[in-house]
Design a protein around this ligand. Structure first.
Ligand code: AMP
Length: 219
């Protein structure tokens, strides 16, 4: 089974890699960041509350995230595997996830850590642009990742957008939160023999190849 968790600092590519895996192997991609952003776009009271916290770079409360995640994990398509992108983010969430998966008769098979130095992560975040229509990611600070026409998607010519939490102040807070709250999960899953590390500073193609090699180990 391919039940996968990604642990990574902001901009290490967990969203991109999850999307590539989803496209190639048809494994459902569950991003708690996306589930939260969907709630924000509905403009509900809950969505407004989430937006306020997300824009400071802090984590949303465990019970809100868990509610959204539990609903998604109960969908039948997750019986053939799933990718968790952005969950768990702290030890409490990891413990709750273990309990939830036991209840659903599922378990985690791989925890993939994408390592990325703080300075590279910062540049990737500050220059990041995405297409709201097809999800393609660009970066105005890396020559090779700029869109062909400034601010416009190469694929469908949609105006590119910047995420509200992709700025320098929020980046610092998000990276610190990762180090303080999320990186202890590496020990948590290491003790269960599930951790695989990848240097994600090289290229998205290199990272993807490493992930495929890891997943093939247990074919
Ligand atoms: P991401 O899209 O994974 O970079 O997440 C963006 C933001 O969503 C984070 O900075 C948090 O504010 C929030 N978020 C995403 N996943 C979680 C989670 N598992 N627990 C708490 N907050 C989360």
């Amino acid at each position: 089974m391919k039940n996968i968790i990604f642990i990574a600092p902001p901009a290490a590519g967990k969203g991109t890699q999850s999307k590539l895996l989803n496209e190639k192997y048809n494994i459902p991609h569950i991003s708690t960041g996306d589930l939260l952003r969907e709630e924000i776009s509905k403009g509900t009271d809950l969505g407004n509350k989430i937006a306020e916290t997300m824009n400071t770079g802090s984590l949303i409360s465990d019970d809100i995230v868990l509610g959204l995640l539990e609903k998604r994990l109960k969908d039948d398509d997750t019986n053939k595997g799933f990718i968790l992108d952005g969950f768990p983010r702290n030890t409490n969430q990891a413990i709750i996830l273990d309990e939830l998966l036991e209840k659903l008769n599922k378990k985690i098979d791989y925890v993939i850590v994408l390592d990325l130095d703080r300075e590279i992560a910062k540049k990737r975040i500050i220059g990041r642009l995405s297409c709201p229509k097809c999800g393609a990611i660009y970066n105005e600070l890396f020559e090779e990742l700029k869109p062909l026409n400034e601010g416009i998607c190469n694929i469908d010519e949609t105006q590119l957008i910047k995420r509200a939490d992709d700025n320098e102040t929020t980046f610092d807070k998000r990276y610190d939160t990762y180090i303080e709250q999320t990186s202890p999960l590496i020990d948590y899953y290491s003790n269960k023999g599930l951790i695989y590390n990848i240097d994600s500073s090289i290229s998205k193609e290199y990272t993807f190849k490493q992930i495929e090699d890891i997943l093939n180990i247990k074919e």
